[in-house]
Design a protein around this ligand. Structure first.
Ligand SMILES: NC(=O)c1ccc[n+]([C@@H]2O[C@H](COP(=O)([O-])OP(=O)(O)OC[C@H]3O[C@@H](n4cnc5c(N)ncnc54)[C@H](OP(=O)(O)O)[C@@H]3O)[C@@H](O)[C@H]2O)c1
Length: 244
């Protein structure tokens, strides 16, 4: 799919990885709906950056714990730009806690934002894409789906579910829509990670460095523009961590 003049919705696009993906899709000529919840000011600044480069962008707010809000986000994207060609599910919660400290609230929030919302977003966007005849859905996963993190058990399980969902939706929305995932290793450390923790992590990564949000953005552009034959696939970008 050529991104020029297409319409992309990126969730969690105010900060970090989502923002970088939104800017990269805009750089390729797509009009971008930047979803945020609390990071409105940052999303507005990203939209202003896109507009300054001659692109089209709109900021849309939604709490993705609500399915009605998630479905409304797809309707708002279509309302703003007339269509939707690309959905990037990047918004997520990443709540730290050992097994005994996991509350029902942590579990419900993680599954609502990281797994349930991507499904209902993809279903609504997928229906519009099928009517248009083509579309791309990209789910941001994590190597934790295959090697669960002990301090992030609900997160890891939700990401495993997201990879299963990627396969299910790739089949359900074929042949018009391709659905793929990007399983990231560390590309933007959580803000509460200290330097020692990061150094310990880097020693376990074969390429001996962490990645960057731009690695995810390049992969998203690749999946949209150069990988029409890929569907139901998960592209792992982890510096070799899973094989190290
Ligand atoms: N960063 C990494 O190294 C890394 C590694 C592996 C996988 N990933 C995956 O890549 C994606 C992006 O990572 P990231 O580090 O950029 O994510 P992040 O900073 O942890 O979160 C992205 C955004 O999710 C949004 N969000 C959280 N709860 C929400 C809710 N209830 N409703 C709506 N939005 C909500 C927040 O938006 P607001 O700020 O607007 O509230 C937040 O800015 C995630 O899916 C993550 O699991 C990242």
């Amino acid at each position: 799919m050529v991104l020029q003049d297409k319409v992309a919705l990126v969730t969690g696009a105010g900060r970090r990885v989502g923002r970088t993906i939104a800017l990269a899709l805009a750089e390729r000529g797509a009009a971008v709906a930047l979803h945020c919840r609390n990071s409105r000011a940052q999303a507005e600044s990203a939209a202003a950056e896109i507009a300054a480069r001659g692109g089209r962008a709109r900021v849309l707010t939604a709490d993705l714990e609500s399915i009605a809000a998630a479905e409304g986000l797809i309707a708002d994207t279509i309302g703003a730009f007339g269509r939707i060609d690309v959905l990037v599910n990047s918004a997520a919660v990443f709540t730290r806690g050992a097994i005994d400290g996991i509350s029902e609230r942590d579990w419900d929030e993680t599954f609502a934002v990281n797994l349930k919302a991507p499904f209902f977003l993809a279903r609504a966007a997928g229906a519009a894409m099928r009517r248009q005849g083509a579309g791309k859905i990209i789910n941001l996963s994590d190597i934790a789906a295959r090697r669960p993190f002990l301090n992030y058990i609900p997160y890891s399980i939700a990401k495993a579910g997201l990879e299963a969902m990627t396969i299910a939706l790739a089949r359900a929305l074929a042949p018009e829509v391709q659905v793929n995932a990007i399983a990231l290793g560390i590309v933007a450390p959580p803000e509460d990670f200290d330097r020692a923790e990061l150094e310990r992590l880097v020693r376990r990564i074969p390429v001996r460095r962490i990645g960057a949000p731009e690695d995810a953005a390049r992969a998203a552009v690749f999946l949209c523009e150069a990988a029409d034959f890929a569907t139901g696939a998960t592209l792992t970008l982890d510096g070799g961590r899973l094989i190290g």
